[in-house]
Design a protein around this ligand. Structure first.
Ligand SMILES: Cc1ncc(COP(=O)(O)O)c(C=O)c1O
Length: 484
């Protein structure tokens, strides 16, 4: 017989206290094991079909399930970002204060699209935006937080279209294009297609050998767009590129954009936080020339997913992505000076959580001094990784890392093995990930596969890096000894 749970049980704070305390203890134990590398694997590679079946059966049965059982399944079958051997995607193990901020938003569950509902949340969100605008030399600007860099890029590109292509919001129109790096993130391509610009809406500018946009190619790229009868309205730079972590020359590109009346957008989803590092902020020189900037907290700032700032140099432009009047949300008597807090006017999301809390916690809990130390530490560690790779004759470095992203490959110890070794990088990674001890990813550079690591875990040590390279070496050399 189906059991019915009682509503008072589900809403009783004393039950919550007991359940939540048990959950916190469980999380702390799990994090401890991950940090100490007590679990054999960083990536467990579970049978997803079996999990799907188990949970479908539970759903169909309709009985209440002990939340602890679900938690255990979740942790047993997930990638362990807190394990120092995690050196994969640009996703961090969050710092504890940032996690707690995330949970607090769940307790209150205030929406923040409208100020009446968001109250504290909209105020701190705008404090974060003001702070970042000043850091980037855009002090007269405005902006908002969005759920991720992909949505952030779309939000900025909608404003680009509205400001450089006339009132597309009302009149429609898709005959536009934007110049982008050949190494831009795929969300930029998606945004152009979402706006109906099609495949010709993105004009890819070739990169120099250092993987940055080649300014000498910009004019040719513009001519290409004109041949396709597209009006080119913008230029998008990477700070930094996803794949190789390289920073475009913002000063040169910003000047080109200004000379050609193009909207200049900087995708600083990954590298934006380097503004807090005295040692590394020069990579962002020229960012003040941008009309819009995207900046992720949930990458280098160790905030739980997802929080992205979309910043506009001109505050009026921050309202131009979505030019809609929605009567049930905003009061007719709304005062102009209150508009900053009506965040739903600037973002796609209607129900949105108190993202400002997560954002501000990542900057305030340790202070910006801690943020600087954290970023410098990750970059130093990545430079160490690069030195080890460069100093090993059986490894090759794709390029010197400019942030915490590094691309490398195993080439074998004999010169005659190099050509074949280049062909087996996918196999090396597959075997490594199947083994599950270390987690890394891969990328394609000029048609060839390279191994790729983002050092996101501040507890990763030099020993872990040597351990990873040793494991790659043993997989690679065994593959090379096998049949071709
Ligand atoms: C340069 C760049 N832009 C945009 C994005 C998309 O950000 P999100 O994953 O927050 O949607 C990424 C993600 O890796 C990125 O590296």
């Amino acid at each position: 017989m189906e059991q019915k749970s009682s509503i008072p049980d589900k809403t009783n704070p004393d039950h919550f206290r007991i359940q939540a305390s048990a959950a916190i203890n469980f999380y702390a134990d799990q994090i401890t094991s991950m940090q100490r590398m007590e679990m054999e694997k960083t990536i467990p590679n579970p049978d997803k079909g079996a999990i799907r079946k188990k949970y479908l059966d539970l759903l169909r049965a309709g009985f209440p399930v002990d939340p602890n059982e679900i938690l255990k399944d979740l942790f047993d079958n997930s990638i362990h970002l807190h394990d120092p051997r995690y050196m994969g995607h640009q996703v961090p193990p969050p710092y504890f204060g940032n996690m707690i901020a995330d949970w607090s938003t769940s307790v209150l569950n205030n929406g923040t699209a409208v100020s009446e509902m968001g109250q504290f949340g909209v105020a701190i969100e705008q404090a974060v935006i003001d702070f970042l605008l000043q850091k980037f030399g855009m002090a007269r600007g405005g902006g908002a937080l969005t759920s991720g860099g992909s949505l952030g890029n779309l939000t900025a590109m909608l404003a680009m279209r509205e400001n450089k292509a006339g009132s597309s919001w009302n009149q429609g129109g898709s005959n536009y294009a934007v110049l982008v790096s050949a190494e831009s993130h795929y969300s930029v391509d998606r945004a152009a297609r979402i706006m109906g610009w099609g495949e010709d809406g993105l004009i890819s500018v070739p990169c120099r050998p250092d993987h940055t946009i080649d300014p000498a190619q910009l004019v040719t790229a513009m001519e290409k767009g004109s041949k396709n009868n597209k009006k080119i309205i913008g230029l998008i730079a990477n700070s930094c590129s996803t794949s190789t972590g390289t920073f475009d020359d913002l000063q040169v590109l910003g000047k080109f954009a200004s000379d050609h009346n193009l909207w200049f957008h900087v995708d600083a989803a990954h590298g934006g936080p380097m503004i807090f590092s005295e040692k590394h902020r020069n990579r962002l020189d020229g960012i003040g020339l941008a009309d819009s900037v995207v900046f992720d907290f949930h990458k280098l700032l160790h905030t739980p997913s997802l929080v992205t700032a979309v910043l506009f140099k001109d505050k009026a432009c921050s309202f131009s992505s979505f030019d809609q009047d929605v009567k049930y949300l905003w009061r007719e008597d709304e005062q102009k000076e209150d508009l900053d807090f009506e965040i739903g006017k600037r973002t796609l999301e209607c129900t949105r959580d108190t993202m400002g809390l997560k954002a501000i916690s990542s900057l305030l809990i340790g202070g910006t001094g801690f943020v600087e130390h954290h970023i410098d530490h990750l970059v130093d560690l990545t430079e160490f990784f690069a030195r080890i790779v460069s100093g090993s004759e059986d490894f090759e470095l794709a390029l010197n890392p400019q942030t915490n992203i590094i691309c490398y490959r195993y080439v074998g110890s004999k010169k005659e093995d190099h050509a074949r070794a280049k062909q087996i990088q996918d196999q090396i990674r597959n075997e490594l990930v199947e083994e599950g001890k270390y987690y890394i990813v891969k990328t394609e550079i000029h048609g060839e596969t390279w191994l790729r690591s983002c050092l996101m875990n501040p507890l990763t040590t030099e020993e872990n890096i040597r351990g990873l390279l040793g494991e790659i070496r043993s997989i690679g050399s065994a593959l090379l000894q096998g049949p071709a």
